[in-house]
Design a protein around this ligand. Structure first.
Ligand SMILES: *Cc1c(COP(=O)(O)O)cnc(C)c1O
Length: 458
């Protein structure tokens, strides 16, 4: 009898070979993709063959033809958007999770995966100093974690006024007021769209993108009824944090559910030096973050944290003839996120945290911030370059004399291939933005980055 292993060994060996080649090349490879989508299509061909191709050959093609169309996101000199790389332990854990191929929606299906996700959740609450009563789930990303917190809040604030959204729906429901920081991330708006809550009321922010307490107070006092407030930990342009304690206490006085989008910034809580900047954040009702950004696990892995198990079960609980009706009081993985059958992606978080240890998480977060501060101070020395934000976390927004010059430097940087910095628009001008999100960024990477900006600006 042949074992399954025989038919898997050649394609898996090919995958391991190309993974190793990629990881070896990353530090020296140009960051940019070498070919565009049309060239990728031409290289692979787009006609589905009548007769299938041998599995190992499929992977050979993927490894050789795919590489030129990849972006060097794992490089220590990649600072685009807010992305993050992957550390060794979570990457290898992810391979094993794929190989084990467990449907990870329920404990009876896969005790190992479900338990490791539970442990990862407990470790996260400990590291982030969030309430031990909170429920942690692992959706695909912060988009779905924002959705998770807000749908729990939607059901809860309606229940408090005697409206069961699951039975009665939203037509004719008491109107829910949604208040948001005017500089919120776009995924708050898409979440509200999924939830049928319409356009939110934008509350004015200060020059670092922090919600203004006076404006929030006025807005809360100008209305009544069920309400949601979305705050953020980590503005994408400045990295700034809200005045959480004041904002959350005010919102709670008005009966609002408070959700915090901390896609990358929630991790500041892990650092004893940064934690005071987020004072009071633990008072919120729900928090969203990503493990695939600051924690550097492979895509995709978000983290949804909701301090109200009942509201979460109202949102995501399922009853079906083929599922046991007697539930443990503990929620199933499928009751924590908007997925029934799901990948055990939270195991990558368990692997990352175990490999780092408590001290390693602190060093990871503090290291990113140290690099961001170094880059900001060196950028400020480049003639014509202005750093626009107080660098409190991992984000550095900067600009040159005028929009045209900033665009010119941005284009020159893209053409340089040695680093990647994204453009954006903030504080009424075109900007360039560095997000230090990769665990492997070294002092040499930072020095090379400053040299590249000097070249581009010169
Ligand atoms: C990246 C990001 C999101 C969305 O996260 P995904 O992982 O892309 O779903 C939401 N909010 C902020 C602040 C982000 O940086």
């Amino acid at each position: 009898m042949t074992s399954n292993g025989d038919v898997f060994s050649a394609p898996l060996a090919a995958a391991a070979k190309y993974a190793q080649i990629w990881l070896d090349e990353i530090p020296n490879r140009g960051i940019n993709p070498k070919i565009d989508v049309d060239q990728v299509r031409a290289a692979f061909g787009d006609v589905l063959p009548k007769v299938g191709v041998d599995a190992a050959e499929v992977i050979e093609r993927l490894g050789t033809l795919g590489e030129p169309g990849l972006m060097g996101m794992g490089s220590g000199r990649f600072f685009g958007w807010v992305i993050g790389g992957t550390m060794p332990a979570p990457l290898a854990a992810d391979w094993l999770i794929s190989t084990w191929d467990q449907n990870s929606g329920a404990p009876l299906l896969t005790p190992t995966v479900v338990t490791l996700e539970e442990i990862a959740g407990e470790w996260l609450l400990e590291i982030l100093g969030l309430p031990k009563t909170a429920v942690v789930g692992f959706p695909t990303g912060a988009q779905m974690a924002n959705f998770g917190g807000l749908i729990a809040g939607r059901g809860e604030v309606l229940a408090r006024v005697g409206w069961d959204v699951n039975v009665q729906g939203l037509f004719g429901a008491p109107r829910i007021r949604v208040l948001v920081n005017e500089e919120r991330h776009v995924t708050i708006d898409t979440s509200l769209r999924y939830l049928g809550l319409g356009e939110p009321e934008a509350i004015a922010a200060d020059d670092q993108g922090r919600i203004q307490i006076s404006a929030l107070k006025a807005a809360l006092e100008s209305g009544s009824g069920p309400s949601l407030l979305a705050l953020q930990a980590g503005n994408i342009h400045s990295g700034s944090f809200e005045p959480f304690r004041e904002a959350i206490e005010l919102a709670h006085q008005h009966g609002a559910w408070v959700h915090v989008d901390g896609a990358f910034g929630l991790w500041a809580l892990a650092s004893p030096t940064l934690r005071p900047l987020l004072d009071g954040i633990e008072l919120a009702d729900s928090w969203a973050t990503d493990a695939h950004k600051t924690l550097n696990v492979p895509y995709d892995c978000g983290v949804s944290i909701v301090n109200n198990a009942g509201a979460l079960r109202r949102a995501f609980g399922v009853e079906a003839s083929y599922l046991p009706s007697e539930r443990d009081v503990k929620l199933w993985p499928s009751e924590k996120v908007a997925e029934l059958s799901r990948r055990g992606r939270g195991v990558t978080v368990w692997a990352a945290l175990l490999a780092l240890g408590k001290d390693g998480v602190i060093d990871l977060v503090d290291g990113l911030v140290k690099n961001a501060k170094f880059l900001a101070s060196e950028l400020a020395k480049i003639p014509g370059c202005r750093v626009l934000n107080d660098v409190v976390f991992t984000q550095v927004s900067f600009a040159f004399e005028n929009d045209e010059r900033t665009e010119e430097v941005g284009a020159a940087l893209i053409a340089d291939h040695s680093i990647w910095i994204s453009g954006s628009h903030w504080a009424d001008q075109k900007i360039l933005r560095i997000s230090v999100s990769n665990w492997s960024t070294s002092a040499e990477d930072c020095a090379a980055t400053i040299l590249a900006v000097r070249r581009a600006a010169g």
